[in-house]
Design a protein around this ligand. Sequence first.
Ligand code: ATP
Ligand code: MG
Length: 408
Amino acid sequence: MSAAEEPLIYILKPGELVLKGGNREGFERILIRNLRTLLAAGKRPGGIRVEGARGRFFVHGPPEAAPRIEEALGRLFGIAGWARARKCEKTPDAVFAACVLEGKALYDRGLRSYKIEARRTDKSFPLDSYGICVGAGQELAAKAPGLRVDVHGPQGIIQVEIREKAYVYALASEGLRGLPVGTAGRGLLLLSGGIDSPVAGFRMASRGMGIDAVYFHAFPYTGEEARQKVIRLAGIVGRYTLGIRLWTLGFTEIQQKIKAGVPEAWCTVMLRMAMMDCAEKLARRIKAKCLITGESLSQVASQTIENLSCTESLVELPVLRPLIGTGKEEIISQAQAIGTYETSILPYQDCCVLFSPPHPVLRGRVEEARRYYAALELEEPVGRALREGVMEKCGFPESPAVPQENEP
Ligand code: ATP
Ligand code: MG
């Protein structure tokens, strides 16, 4: 069989999972479930199989499944990296030959130094780990010129595992790291069409949080294109979070009441308070455990520490702001890496831009904010917005994972 026809084996390196002590088994089960869900996206799995436990995970599949498997691995929180492994006979010669091929592959990737790490769970193999490293090193010295050994700071590590079969691999691709989505409850993301909030959702998902989202839509001040843009953003982030349920709530009446009912300088803070108020009520209904926003300290007038205090003063659920200490440049580069940036910068205005006063309050006092807010008597319009909201599913894998023999 030529290399191209051989069945694929990917070895996954879990990220922080190993640190999680007693929770580890639960985390691993969710990691595997998430990977199976991602792999089943769109089509039937077609011979792809996921297995593993106790920190070792494998994906097996036919050669033509490589793009699909790698796409799924690239969207999976909870793994530090992965490699396509070479499976070989359990003899020293076969293992050394595989190490030479792996060494040449490192060289082709531009790497010039390496070390070998060997693990032997099958003690009947004639060499111990040290013997494997020495023997493979000699073969590489003879047959892979241009590579040198560096045990302290190697550019590549060739791993040998002798278990029921022999596996040789070098980690080639970085995973997203973080923790598997679904291990840290669910939060409700306030998702606007901007650059920041999709990144905020991604960051919380990277800590294992499942994401629901809410978008406040002020038709006709903001048009259908703006809404479509938010749906698209939820779809992009949702591909990392195994889907996002997005609620669109009509905010026109609330905005009009705010504009008519408070001094102009207070409009933005009131609008934020109304969003938080509404979002918290929705969160309780759908059992989300916190609110998530894309706010970043002092980025705009509504994000001074005083105004943030006003904004959250009505809310009892935790308000998580994963970008609070992150600058715009770093947020933008993460948005580019995730794939949301190009959509975020499409020019459809969001409601807040239309309603921002020329001279907004910069250091709102909480008592004053609460007084203004109470005087607006928004209970009814908020209730209506919640009742009339619509939910769409964005970015879900198209079909659920087909259960496999070893499904936990
Ligand atoms: P973003 O890029 O996320 O829009 P921004 O810098 O434009 O952020 P603001 O417009 O002040 O900041 O919004 C701050 C946060 O409030 C957003 O990150 C988002 O979480 C929330 N938010 C703003 N507008 C809306 C909206 N129309 N629907 C839902 N959430 C919103
Ligand atoms: Mg915005």
